[in-house]
Structures are given as structure tokens and as C-alpha cells.
Write a protein that binds this ligand. Structure first.
Ligand code: GDP
Ligand code: MG
Length: 296
């Protein structure tokens, strides 16, 4: 007797549907001005951004972001379409009075949750909800070798309560490999000490493979990265990199920095999980709080 009815094909059914529909992926960058946020985003997605916008203006000198700025790009790989929204935030903690400087950032994230909720409650009007919820927040740490500032801790605390936060050490080409390892270790200890709940989370329903993957990510965090929008020529080859006092840093070389690890994490191994965790964990928490206050 063959009891096979074929519902195991649901995984490919779901995949096909998702692929046809396309994904929305919303990445936010947070950190002090001049910490390399815009440069890193352009480095991460440069090839694709060039396709969708025609070109990336690599000539623009140092530009400061004064308000929250969202740019939207449709990128495609094979038959998979990704709508990528990049959310650039103003540097926090740059003012003399930094009291509540994180509020516009927190408000932006909350506003996306509440507008999603509003649309969800009216969902009979819309076939498919536009998803502007922030799926990943890259938190930029300057390569100082010093402790995180109290303001960094304060911002991290608040962010991690509402969004998937992934810390990166920006401009890590200014650190030697030894300094980098020590700094990473120190940041990890501070994060533990201050009880900051970073992505990824080990929920109860995850299997061994996912547990291992999460452990591997935690070993890499914070990713020590280098960004560059310029190509340089080394031995006749064009590479994306930077020339500094000690020589040339190749952004795409994992012996030089962890840029490739970050990109693989974001785009290859955890893209779907970042989206799903936002929905089932962060958004769900927001939603149940909102709905319970409505009932009162
Ligand atoms: P943002 O204000 O955080 O968006 O910072 P930007 O991306 O505009 O970068 C500020 C300055 O730092 C620019 O002059 C960049 O060329 C430089 N920069 C960006 N990334 C790196 C990096 O990885 N290493 C070094 N050495 N400089 C960088
Ligand atoms: Mg910027």
C-alpha cells in the first residue's frame, strides 16, 4: 500500500510562489556620521545598484545624511527578484545634547509596524501587503578599540527590542588583525555584560542545523568590514579596495576583512530568516501590544 499523497511538495510549491511574487528586503544602517554607512551599503549592493539606477555615483565626496532616507531598488538574480529598500539614517550622537537622539530612528521602525498593522486590519482591500518593516539593522561601531559609549549602549538596547540588530565594525582597515580580534572580543563581552539581545535568536522550535548556523554567526559578530566604492588596479587586476598606510586592502578578500562574510550572511544564509523573524517575533510583539491596548 502506498500512502504517499505528495504534500511534501509543499516546500517547492511555496518556493515557486515566493519566487514569482518576489521578496522585499529592508535594510537600515545606524551609526555615527562618517562611520562608513553609505559607503558600505554601496559596496554591498554595488553591482545591483548600478543595474537598477543606471550607475552609482562614485564621485560624490563625503555626504552627510540629515534625515532618514529610503532608496528602493529592484534587483534580480537568475529568476529571483528582490526589492531592496535601503534606509539610511542620520548619524546619532553627533550633537552636543544627545538626549533622545535615537528617537527618530526608533519612531521610523515603529511607524512601519503600525502602518503594516493598519493595512493588515484592512487587508480585504489589498491583495498583498507592501512590507516596509525593517528586517535588518546594521549597527556601525567605529574602529576605536575603546569601549562602546553609554550612548551606543542606550541606542543598542532600544533597537534590539524592536528590530534584528547586526553590529559591524566599520573601517576596520585601520586595525591590525590582532587589534581587530581583541576589539571584536571586547565588543562581544560588552554586549553580554549589558544584556543586549542581538539577532540571531535561538527560539524553541529550531533544529540542530539552525542552532549551529546561529552559533557560527555569533562567532563572527561583530563583522569587521571595509567599504570601498572605488576600484583600484593591482597587478593588472581591478579590485574593490582601499589604499592605506600599510598597503592595499581588498574588500572582497576574506584574509583582509569580513565583508564577504557579512554579505553571505545577509544575502545568502539569513535573508529569509531575517524577514521571517521580523514578522513572527518583532512585529508580532508590537501587534499583540497594540491590540491589547485597543481592547482596554
Ligand atoms: P556615513 O556618514 O556613515 O555614511 O559615512 P560615509 O560612507 O559617507 O564615509 C565617510 C568617510 O569614510 C568617506 O571619506 C569614506 O571614503 C570613508 N570610508 C568609508 N568606508 C571606509 C573604510 O572601510 N575604510 C576607510 N579607511 N575609510 C572609509
Ligand atoms: Mg551617509
Amino acid at each position: 500500500l502506498n500512502n504517499y499523497v505528495g504534500f511534501d511538495s509543499i516546500t517547492s510549491q511555496i518556493n515557486r510562489k515566493l519566487v514569482r511574487r518576489g521578496f522585499q528586503f529592508n535594510v537600515m544602517v545606524v551609526g555615527p556620521s562618517g562611520s562608513g554607512k553609505s559607503t558600505l551599503v554601496n559596496t554591498l549592493f554595488s553591482a545591483h545598484l548600478m543595474n537598477s539606477k543606471g550607475r552609482v555615483d562614485i564621485q560624490t565626496p563625503y555626504r552627510q545624511t540629515t534625515e532618514i532616507n529610503v532608496t528602493s531598488h529592484v534587483v534580480q538574480e537568475n529568476r529571483v527578484q528582490l526589492q531592496l529598500n535601503l534606509i539610511d539614517t542620520p548619524g546619532y550622537g553627533d550633537q552636543i545634547n544627545n538626549d533622545k537622539c535615537w528617537e527618530p530612528i526608533i519612531k521610523y521602525i515603529r511607524d512601519q509596524h503600525s502602518s503594516y498593522l493598519r493595512r493588515e486590519l484592512n487587508s480585504h482591500r489589498e491583495k498583498r501587503l507592501q512590507d516596509t518593516r525593517v528586517h535588518c539593522c546594521l549597527f556601525f561601531i567605529r574602529p576605536t578599540g575603546h569601549s562602546l559609549r553609554p550612548i551606543d549602549i542606550a541606542v543598542l538596547k532600544r533597537l534590539t527590542e524592536i528590530v534584528n540588530v547586526v553590529p559591524v565594525i566599520a573601517k576596520s582597515d585601520s586595525l591590525t588583525l590582532e587589534e581587530r580580534a581583541a576589539f571584536k572580543q571586547q565588543i562581544r563581552e560588552e554586549i553580554t555584560k549589558h544584556d543586549i539581545n542581538l539577532y540571531p535568536y535561538d527560539s524553541d522550535d529550531i533544529d540542530d542545523e539552525e542552532l549551529n548556523l546561529n552559533a557560527a554567526v555569533r562567532n563572527l559578530i561583530p563583522f569587521a568590514v571595509v567599504g570601498s566604492e572605488k576600484e583600484i588596479v593591482v597587478d593588472g587586476k581591478h579590485i574593490r579596495g582601499r589604499q592605506n598606510r600599510w598597503g592595499i586592502v581588498n574588500v572582497d578578500d576574506e584574509n583582509h576583512c569580513e565583508f564577504i562574510y557579512l554579505r553571505n550572511f545577509l544575502m545568502r544564509t539569513h535573508l529569509q530568516d531575517l524577514i521571517e523573524t521580523t514578522s513572527v517575533y518583532h512585529y508580532e510583539r508590537f501587534r499583540s501590544k497594540q491590540l491589547s491596548t485597543l481592547k482596554e
